[in-house]
Design a protein around this ligand. Sequence first.
Ligand SMILES: *Cc1c(COP(=O)(O)O)cnc(C)c1O
Length: 403
Amino acid sequence: MFNEKVIIEQGEKYDSFYLYDEKIVLENIKNLKENFFNINFLYSMKANHHPEILKTIFKEKIGADAASSNEVLNAYENKLNKEEIFYSAPGKSDKDIEIAFNKCIFIADSINEIKKLNTVCKKKNKKIKIGVRINPNFTFYSSDGVPSKFGVDEEIFFEKFDEIKSLENIKITGIHVHSSSQELKTEILKNYYENMFILTKKIQDKLKIKLEFINLGSGIGIPFSLEDKIFDVKQLGKELNSLCNKFKKDLEGTNIYVETGRYLCGNSGVYVTKVMDTKISRGKKIIILKNTFNGFIRPSLVEFVKSYSENPKMNEPLFTKKDAFQYIVLTEEKETEIVDLYGNLCTSTDVIGKNLNLPKIKIGDLIIVTNAGCYASVLSPKKFSSQIPPIEIYVKKDNTIIY
Ligand SMILES: *Cc1c(COP(=O)(O)O)cnc(C)c1O
């Protein structure tokens, strides 16, 4: 599945590089389109926002699942209409909303965010349609819900709906659920889709609204290890089609979206790295390659996780020890409570602490993370999902500030 001739040619010029193959991306798109009927697709841009990958995908009438305001902007600049760009991410800032305004359909991630969007629209004297990300009362693997950093719990959505409905500058016209990634069994996704349609019916019947769109999220996996089977897209397409027929009455006039990041581009790329040196050390052959951890971090993480256990070994400089960082809340608040600290990236791995006992935290509080002077900024994947990145500020001894 890789273009050996081009790799050898480029290898003469470069010691390490990514190579993406458009033919494979197009094949993947064709596979999806041929097997799903009346389904719209969204590309999850955070999987790979290389300009050519985006061009190829968007030219095929696939919309954007944007995980940051910069991704919204990027999709918009790629000539997608605002109706084709869905901005779903937790923790959108005022600046994010300002950047994305009028360029996308916002998917609110919490009750606070629904209200925040309403306030912004009020100021602008605009009325917009929005979607809401729901944390449903089911997962891929269970008929019970779980606590999540993403979305509004289904129960809370029903409970608060009257209050939300009274907000004058927004109208909820769609829902979004993205539960898990990298599933290889069609059966699991089929059950999940069925649960999604039941949820849709429940929302429409109970709340007396018509959903103009439901975004089913992603889940379609790709083979990573050699034992992984190729996902049966044809089978899933059939299952989804028959579910659409079964729920036809409820889905009349509703656009259905399926998201995918990895399925479109995962197998289209290879990372190529050249051997820089070899040596024998105490009988063991050592190979030195160009740009691995800093060029393509995930293979290094495999070795990292393998050595992880209840008593993890040091893996400097990525992992020092379990209690290497402290979190200090800048607040007058004396009362404490148990919380989880997550980041705003669209991945559950963006979490820095669970079950921490901290002073009660409110929106706008500052949280200080210690030990950030070494192996901190330089080790962090700031390109991931095109977030507005943190800046680095230097205070000189005379207190002048250097940006
Ligand atoms: C990251 C993300 C995806 C992409 O998932 P894949 O498993 O790569 O297809 C889809 N939807 C949302 C909301 C995401 O955050």
